[in-house]
Design a protein around this ligand. Structure first.
Ligand code: FES
Length: 106
């Protein structure tokens, strides 16, 4: 079983097991990782599950859809590697992935 590291804005790390087939948002919520609100429940409609993917993991996590990019454009803390965690599906290929949480969700 692999793991995912979520790093809060203050540097606190949460290393959690990958749950194959779930999204990073669902995994964060299941493991009580603070800093992800996920107000829309994973429908790519709220932008409150913003994460910043570590640059080494950008290609493994895939490319944001146009809909996702539109949501991210409304996020003040958007970076070049920003994603919505509800749009990233976990699999063993993401073993070791590191994502950072913004200071605030919108
Ligand atoms: S949970 Fe709403 S956009 Fe991801």
């Amino acid at each position: 079983m692999g793991n995912i590291t979520f790093i809060e804005h203050d540097g606190t790390e949460h290393i959690v097991d990958i749950a194959e087939g779930k999204t990073l948002m669902q995994i964060a919520m299941d493991n009580l990782v603070p800093g992800i609100d996920a107000d829309c429940g994973g429908s790519c409609a709220c932008g409150t599950c913003h994460v910043i993917v570590d640059s080494a993991w950008v290609s493994a996590t895939g490319i944001a859809s146009d809909e996702e990019l539109m949501m991210l454009d409304m996020t003040p803390e958007k970076t070049d590697t920003s994603r919505l965690s509800c749009q990233i599906k976990a699999s063993q290929s993401l073993d070791g992935v590191v994502v950072r949480l913004p200071e605030f969700q919108m």
